[in-house]
Design a protein around this ligand. Sequence first.
Ligand SMILES: [Zn+2]
Length: 90
Amino acid sequence: MGLWRLCPRCGGGYLTDTEVCPNCKSKDEADVLKLKGFFEETYIAGQTVRQDVLNNTGISSRNLDRYMTYSEFAGIKFGSPEEKIIKSKK
Ligand SMILES: [Zn+2]
């Protein structure tokens, strides 16, 4: 028997041991694929800021926070937005 949980994506209740409800599972998988693609092709360690990810992938801020707790993204380090502004002014 699974646990009764509230889906972090849509807020719906579901009885299972997966992270999101069955309705959101495929959306989550699509987001994570986009995120992996972004980190492989666009991401530059220490320079890419969190907002770049949101702009490029269309993933919501709340969902991104959840994905960033995944062990597969543990090595990702975002740059600080302030540094980015300084660099872009030059
Ligand atoms: Zn859901």
